[in-house]
Design a binder for this molecule. Structure first.
Ligand SMILES: [Zn+2]
Length: 57
């Protein structure tokens, strides 16, 4: 086993070849690409909550 099968940032096991090639999982890769995600992540979460709370009668 090599260290490439694990995320070098959080240590999680990488399942897809792309992540193993990078050395980071998709989540940590997104963090690396976006150093300031709070606003973006917040709006995405809010959007998901709004969609979930929308109940059709
Ligand atoms: Zn990671």
């Amino acid at each position: 086993m090599t260290g490439t099968s694990r995320c070098r940032m959080c240590g999680r096991r990488l399942r897809d070849a792309a992540s193993r090639a990078r050395g980071t999982g998709p989540v940590c890769h997104a963090k690396t690409r976006a150093p300031h995600p709070p606003a973006h992540a917040a709006s995405a979460t809010q959007l998901a909550i709004t969609t979930t709370e929308e109940q059709p009668r």
